[in-house]
Write a protein that binds this ligand. Structure first.
Ligand SMILES: N[C@@H](CCC(=O)N[C@@H](CS)C(=O)NCC(=O)O)C(=O)O
Length: 200
């Protein structure tokens, strides 16, 4: 297993999942410039990270990668069995994170960090879409420690990273359940090992 990794990017999701799996893997750390080059475009047509190579070829999209890693190692308990209701809830939260949360969050991030001056109307529209979705997570985490009743899963890797990002964008202020969730996730040895690779 090989991970193409750039620090401070969505690569962290794949690194964290690999650390949860606990099997040896090869880390191919790249610069932002290297990922735009033709060699990496052979692995990801848009020149992005993360990409893993499982021995049969490259795979991109962070949520797909963490699911695949979970399925390759069912004994690690990172995803409920396919076809079960709990597995459907895993899909639900992964897609919720990638669509209802990440999409408006990235719009807000682009305006706040990369536009001068930021377009306040875009930020407001993004917040109007994001805030109810973040409130759903705050409410769910009032019921249990992780997104699934069965415990920690790869959905928490993606959602945890999303909540961290939302925190940087000041979108989780005052949300005690989200704060406690992030403390629980960051206390995991796998999170700490992945962080030592050069990330958050
Ligand atoms: N939906 C993709 C997004 C991947 C993505 O945008 N990665 C960023 C780093 S966080 C990247 O490589 N960007 C390079 C670029 O846009 O040129 C995923 O979740 O894997």
């Amino acid at each position: 297993m090989k991970l193409y990794f750039v620090p401070q990017t969505r690569s962290f999701r794949a690194a964290w999942a690999l650390e949860e799996v606990g099997e040896p893997y090869e880390l191919a750390e790249m610069t932002r410039e290297q990922k735009a080059q033709d060699e990496h475009r052979g692995r990801h047509p848009l020149g992005r990270v993360p990409v893993i190579d499982d021995g049969d070829g490259p795979i991109f999209e962070s949520a797909g990668i963490v699911l695949h890693l979970a399925d390759l190692h069912p004994g690690r308990g990172l995803a409920p069995a396919p076809g079960t209701h709990e597995r459907a809830l895993l899909y639900q939260w992964l897609f919720f994170a990638m669509t209802e949360i990440e999409v408006p969050l990235v719009e807000i991030y682009i305006q706040k960090v990369h536009r001068d001056p930021p377009d306040e109307a875009i930020i407001e529209a993004g917040e109007q879409r994001l805030q109810p979705a973040v409130a759903v997570i705050e409410r769910e985490l009032g019921e249990r420690d992780y997104l699934l009743e069965s415990g920690f899963s790869v959905a928490d890797i993606v959602m945890g990273e999303m909540m961290t990002f939302a925190g940087y964008m000041e979108q989780t202020d005052g949300l005690a359940n989200v704060a406690a969730y992030l403390d629980r996730l960051r206390a995991r040895p796998s999170h700490q090992r992945a962080s030592a690779l050069g990330d958050s």
